[in-house]
Design a binder for this molecule. Structure first.
Ligand code: TXA
Ligand code: MG
Length: 350
């Protein structure tokens, strides 16, 4: 398949390009587009054949359901069976934005989207290009992250091209995604809302609206290997760079000392090591391929750079990645969750 790449300026959107992309979606094609979290791979959510194309292009297991994207709150009504009061509150506060709500699905949602579940995940992104595209298509748009299944999610059009060139009809390049980790997936079908995937909206933000929120215990980086998460997608080894990755967790000076020691040991065995450091620690290493994730005092920078850093280590062909743990709270929960998946649960405590 020939892939068409179109550059779109998010601050001055070319309506003609959006019309072209929307037409591709309407006739059953696949369009990768930027959202504020990561790039998504979109298709008409009401068209079973079109959405099947998403699974094929990504090599995605069919038991992993897709998020349906809308451009306004009203469009949610036809997708769900009854709208809980919590949904209204959360949409008012966090939409458009990186919060996905899991609700009882309506009959118009094809089973392939929900992988046979009786719930559907819905989100209204805040990225102007995503909103313009969904609105122009005039349809709900199913869109997982636009990466090959198992690879780190794409935060630039280049990442999408690396994974999906010739496999999708069109890629809209709208510059880098800013949040950098995916949306928070929140199940509001039960009595107490439960976070199934930590992401761009933090637990305390949700608590500030609902008073309470549960956190699927299987998501805790340290329990990752022992329990089965409720969100189907969270059970896979995921977000993975090609190198073997370890997270080093503990008091920061001890973490740095351990990474220095391990880098030396691997070096002696002829293996190249990538170090995922932070602004606070990057100068404390004198060997290895060092990438700073960002500023520990601004944890949103860590989220924003994570997937690019993992892909950069691949590009440099390192054999081993040693990553400093970050604070496992708020947006850091999402960062630690993705890092722990990328590391296949390999966490070394110092
Ligand atoms: O930020 C995002 O959410 C991005 C952008 C493109 O919007 N999308 C994204 O989609 O990350 P994807 O497919 O990579 O991840 C969707 C997650 C998976 O973990 C999936 O299992 C979960 O949402 N999910 C989807 N429908 C669900 C449902 N009905 N119940 C529970 N989990 C669901
Ligand atoms: Mg994904």
């Amino acid at each position: 398949m020939n892939t068409l790449l179109l550059k779109v300026d998010k601050d001055n959107i070319d309506a003609e390009k959006i019309r072209t992309a929307a037409e591709v979606i309407r006739r059953g094609g696949l369009v990768a587009f930027p959202t504020e979290t990561v790039y998504g791979l979109g298709a008409n959510a009401l068209d079973e054949t079109a959405t099947k194309g998403i699974f094929i292009a990504k090599g995605r297991p069919s038991d992993n359901p897709l998020i349906v994207h809308v451009a306004d709150k009203e469009s949610v009504r036809m997708l769900v069976e009854g709208m809980p009061e919590t949904a209204e509150k959360l949409m008012d506060r966090f939409w458009p934005g990186p919060l996905t709500l899991v609700m009882k699905k309506s009959r118009i949602i094809p089973n392939i989207i929900t992988a046979g579940l009786d719930t559907v995940a819905v989100r209204m992104p805040s990225h102007p290009i995503a909103l313009a595209l969904i609105k122009e298509a005039g349809l709900p748009v199913a869109a997982p992250s636009a990466n090959t299944s198992g690879r780190p999610s794409p935060t630039t059009a280049k990442h999408v091209m690396d994974d999906l060139w010739d496999k999708v009809d069109m890629i809209l390049d709208g510059g880098p995604a800013t949040v950098g980790v995916e949306s928070t997936v929140l199940d509001i079908t039960g009595d107490v809302p439960m976070i199934l995937r930590p992401g761009g909206i933090t637990p305390s933000q949700i608590k500030s609206v609902l008073g309470t929120v549960l956190y699927d215990p299987a998501l805790n980086a340290r329990n990752a290997e022992n329990s089965v998460p409720k969100s189907p997608g969270m059970k896979y080894r995921h977000y993975s760079p090609k190198a073997q990755m370890f997270i080093i967790d503990g008091e920061l000076a001890g973490v740095v000392a351990k990474i220095r020691e391990m880098t030396d040991e691997y070096g002696k065995r002829g293996l190249s090591v990538g170090i995922l450091a932070t602004e606070q620690t990057r100068d404390m290493y004198d060997s290895g391929e060092i990438i700073s994730l960002g500023d520990r005092d601004k944890p949103e920078t860590l989220a924003s750079n994570l997937f690019t850093a993992l892909r950069e280590f691949d590009r440099r062909h390192v054999d081993i990645i040693l990553a400093e743990a970050v604070k496992n709270e708020e947006i850091g929960l999402a960062v630690m969750n993705r890092m722990s998946k990328a590391a296949g649960g390999n966490i070394i405590k110092v």
